[in-house]
Write a protein that binds this ligand. Structure first.
Ligand SMILES: Cc1cc2nc3c(=O)[nH]c(=O)nc-3n(C[C@H](O)[C@H](O)[C@H](O)COP(=O)(O)O)c2cc1C
Length: 380
């Protein structure tokens, strides 16, 4: 009965989103819609009443989904990927939407206005976005103060939802020198040494002025050596690009094993345009693509790393999750956690709970009693 009511709740919200809200949103400029959504979400997150109402509309929990990952309790495996809540303004409301964790940022050493507009496009046929933000964010000093205030107010782990901090280098000419870029990463890293539940080192932003220098293993070695010197008890993930060769991936994994890296996020946006799942014409020549075009690339990378490393690294599956089946496939390939953005934009915010509810159903169908039993079962 409870499940039936949750199903009805989701169908109603889905219908309102598909037939009323999305047709309006998709006629407006994507960045304007994003900005207004963040402003509204920040407002709703301030008040107990609006948080409770949102919770009534969206929340879902089940003990089959609760995991201890690297000493951190995740109430469910579905997180918001970096890039939606760039300035950590939504940590009040997103737990009520049903997320198990939220990755804020990417946050850089210095405030950054990002690349010139336009810098966000929808790929309606491909179910993706082209993103050219270029690491727009308020910078580590302002954002760490914002999050510290929430820690003091007890609001950072509301409903048990975890907050991860994604750090990157400021998108500016000075960071073309990679030794300067390392200091920039270190500044951002240091600002969050005790704030939040985990770190992500974003080495795969496709839109920064100096490219992706730390996907090269010698430079990554230098970056991780520097970050290892900053004391923190938080687990550390690195986020990979879907566009690099497996040889490059293996070289990165070998470097990561020598440093304080506990997990890998697979993956960031793809820069490549020769992707069979890109169906829209007239793509901008710059920017990274999200959504369905990334799905298979992300799945393949998860499987490759899990096969090579087993449980040595905790894997986070990210890219093209539009349903519980998509999340379940990533978990069966080796992911312990998953993240999304684009699926929520195309399907609506009820998708988060729908994925969690669907995961429970799929696990029961296949005879599992807990999510930990599913991780990597398809990779032997
Ligand atoms: C609007 C937007 C902004 C993004 N900004 C960032 C970012 O700042 N840092 C980062 O690591 N990834 C960023 N990403 C990439 C996402 O975190 C994610 O890796 C990618 O979108 C694939 O997931 P999806 O298909 O569920 O959107 C961004 C993605 C989108 C759509």
């Amino acid at each position: 009965m409870k499940d039936f009511l949750l199903h009805i709740r989701s169908r109603i919200i889905w219908s309102v989103y598909q037939y009323v809200l999305k047709p309006v949103f998709f006629r407006l400029d994507p960045e304007d819609v994003h900005d207004h959504t963040v402003a509204l979400g920040a407002h709703l997150g301030k008040y107990a009443l609006t948080r409770a109402l949102t919770r009534g509309l969206f929340y879902y929990s089940d003990s089959m989904l609760v995991q201890d990952v690297l000493g951190v309790k995740f109430i469910n495996p579905v997180g918001l990927a970096a890039g939606f809540d760039k300035n950590a303004e939504l940590t009040g409301i997103l737990p009520s939407v049903g997320f198990g964790f939220v990755e804020v940022g990417s946050i850089t050493g210095y405030p950054c206005a990002g690349n010139p507009k336009p810098r966000l496009w929808r790929l309606k046929k491909s179910k993706g976005l082209v993103v050219y933000y270029g690491l727009k964010n308020d910078g580590c000093e302002i954002i760490s103060k914002r999050l510290s205030a929430k820690v003091r107010g007890g609001a950072l782990s509301y409903l048990g939802c975890r907050v991860g901090t994604s750090v990157a280098m400021t998108n500016c000419a000075a960071n073309v020198d990679y030794t300067t870029a390392i200091l920039d990463y270190a500044k951002a890293f240091e600002a969050f040494d005790t704030i939040g539940s985990y770190f992500t080192i974003n080495i795969s932003c496709p839109n920064a002025e100096n490219g992706q220098p730390f996907l090269e293993s010698r430079r990554l070695e230098a970056l991780l050596t520097k970050l290892d010197m900053i004391p923190t008890t938080k687990p550390v993930f690195i986020k990979l690009s879907p566009d690099i060769t497996l040889k490059n991936v293996d070289a990165i994994l070998d470097v990561a094993k020598r440093h304080r890296v506990h997990g890998i996020i697979c993956t960031n946006l793809t820069k490549k345009r020769n992707n069979a799942r890109i169906l829209d014409a007239n793509l901008p020549s710059h920017g990274g693509v999200s959504g369905l075009p990334v799905q298979g690339l992300s799945d393949d990378l998860i499987a490759h790393i899990y096969k090579r490393e087993g449980k040595r690294f905790v894997l986070v599956g990210c890219g093209g999750i539009f349903s519980a089946e998509d999340a379940y496939r990533k978990i069966r390939l080796g992911a312990s956690l998953v993240q999304l953005i684009t699926g929520m934009i195309f399907e609506g915010p009820q998708l988060v709970s729908e994925i969690n509810r669907g995961l429970v159903k799929l696990m029961k169908r296949d005879g599992y009693t807990h999510i930990s039993e599913v991780i990597g079962v398809d990779v032997r």
